[in-house]
Design a binder for this molecule. Structure first.
Ligand code: SF4
Length: 341
C-alpha cells in the first residue's frame, strides 16, 4: 500500500487523530452569533488547525497541549446545529428546519438513529477490524441499494446518545478496532460531531459516504475526518439522476473530493455497474488519475441487482467476466498507483 500513511500511524497510536487536534485548539465564540459570523470565526481558527497539524504530522512535534474547555470542535458543532436549521448538510439543500422537526429528502429530523454497530471484518484489509456504525436514512435513493432496509427507513434503529455511543467506541477501540467507520454519515453530521467530542481514546475517523455533502459540510469535516472512504459511483449526471435521484452529481462529488484531499486521506471505492463501463467506470478512473492520483483505489465487482433494480432492465443483472476484465484494464491504463482489486 502506497498511501494512507497517516491513517496507519493514527491507528497505531503514533499520531493523534485530526479530531484530537481540534479538541486542543481553544475557540472563543458566542452561541448566539449568526451563522455567517460563526463561519468567519471558523475560518480564522482553521488556519490555526492547519498550522498545528503541520507541526505534528510533518515535523513530529510533541503535543503537550491539554484539551480545551471550549474548542474548535465545539465551534463546528454550533455551526452544524445552525446548518440543520435551514438544512444544507448535503447538496440537496432542502432548507428545512430539522431542529423544529421538519424533514427534507432524507426524512430525518435532528434526531439520529443507527441500525447496527459491530466490528466489521469485511472491509478493505487496512481497515479491518473496523468499528462500523450504520446510521439510518440517506441523502440518496439508489435504485440498487444493498442496504435499502436501513437507508429507506430513517425511523428504524436505536436513537443516538453521543455520550453512550462514545463510551462504546472507546471500549471497542481499546479491544483492537483499527478505526471508527461511520456509514451514511452526511445527514447525521451534527450528532456525529457530538459523538466525536465525547470520545476519549485516540481513534481514526473513517467517513464512509457517497460524498454528496454540501461545501459547508465539507468545511466542517476538515479536521474531523482522517479517511474519506468515498464511494464514487457515476461518471456523468444522467446516470446519477436516473439511479440515485441526485442532481449535479459530478460537480458536487468531484469538488468535495478535491477539497477533502487537501487535509485527509482518501480510500476511493468504485462499484462497477453492468453496462456502465464507458459512461461511468472509465470516467471515474480517468478523473481520479488526473485529479487526485495519490489515493488508494478499490475497484469493486460486488454489484447485485437488489431493491428496485428490476425496474431498470439494463442493470438488472450481475457483471460479466468480460466487463470485470475491461474495468481492470481501464484502471491499469489510467496509471493509478495504489489499487485494490
Ligand atoms: S441532509 Fe440533505 S436531504 Fe437531508 S434535509 Fe438536509 S439537505 Fe435535505
Amino acid at each position: 500500500m502506497l498511501f494512507l500513511k497517516n491513517y496507519l500511524k493514527i491507528s497505531a497510536n503514533e499520531l493523534p487523530s485530526r479530531a484530537g487536534l481540534l479538541k486542543r485548539i481553544p475557540a472563543v465564540f458566542s452561541d448566539n452569533s449568526c451563522e455567517e459570523e460563526l463561519w468567519k470565526i471558523h475560518e480564522e481558527y482553521m488556519g490555526k488547525y492547519r498550522e498545528y497539524k503541520t507541526r505534528i504530522y510533518c515535523f513530529n512535534e510533541d503535543i503537550s497541549q491539554a484539551k480545551a474547555e471550549k474548542s474548535l470542535l465545539d465551534l463546528k458543532i454550533r455551526i452544524a446545529e445552525r446548518v440543520i436549521g435551514n438544512c444544507h448538510l448535503c447538496q440537496r439543500r432542502c432548507g428545512v428546519d430539522r431542529n423544529r422537526g421538519e424533514k427534507g429528502f432524507c426524512r430525518l429530523t435532528d434526531t439520529s438513529r443507527y441500525a447496527a454497530e459491530f466490528l466489521h471484518m469485511g472491509e478493505e484489509p487496512e481497515l479491518v477490524p473496523s468499528h462500523t456504525i450504520f446510521f439510518t436514512g440517506c441523502v440518496f435513493s439508489c435504485a440498487y441499494c444493498q442496504n435499502w432496509d436501513i437507508s429507506m427507513h430513517p425511523e428504524s434503529g436505536r436513537e443516538v446518545s453521543p455520550a453512550e455511543l462514545a463510551r462504546r467506541i472507546d471500549q471497542i477501540r481499546l479491544k483492537g478496532a483499527r478505526n471508527l467507520n461511520l456509514v451514511t454519515p452526511t445527514p447525521h453530521l451534527h450528532n456525529i460531531l457530538k459523538i466525536i467530542r465525547e470520545i476519549s481514546v485516540n481513534t481514526p475517523v473513517v467517513w464512509n459516504s457517497n460524498t454528496y455533502h454540501s461545501p459547508e459540510a465539507g468545511k466542517l469535516l476538515e479536521g474531523v475526518v482522517d479517511v474519506f472512504l468515498a464511494d464514487l459511483k457515476y461518471g456523468n449526471n444522467e446516470c446519477a439522476l436516473r439511479y440515485s435521484n441526485a442532481k449535479e452529481y459530478v460537480e458536487t462529488v468531484t469538488s468535495n473530493l478535491v477539497f477533502a484531499s487537501r487535509d485527509a486521506e482518501i480510500l476511493m471505492r468504485h462499484l462497477v455497474l453492468p453496462g456502465h463501463l464507458d459512461c461511468c467506470t472509465r470516467k471515474v478512473v480517468d478523473w481520479t488519475a488526473s485529479n487526485i492520483p495519490e489515493i488508494r483505489f478499490n475497484l469493486m465487482f460486488q454489484y447485485r441487482p437488489e431493491y428496485l433494480a428490476c425496474r431498470y432492465p439494463e442493470i438488472n443483472r450481475c457483471l460479466s467476466r468480460q466487463e470485470m476484465e475491461r474495468a481492470i484494464g481501464m484502471v491499469k491504463e489510467a496509471g493509478l498507483k495504489d489499487v485494490l482489486l
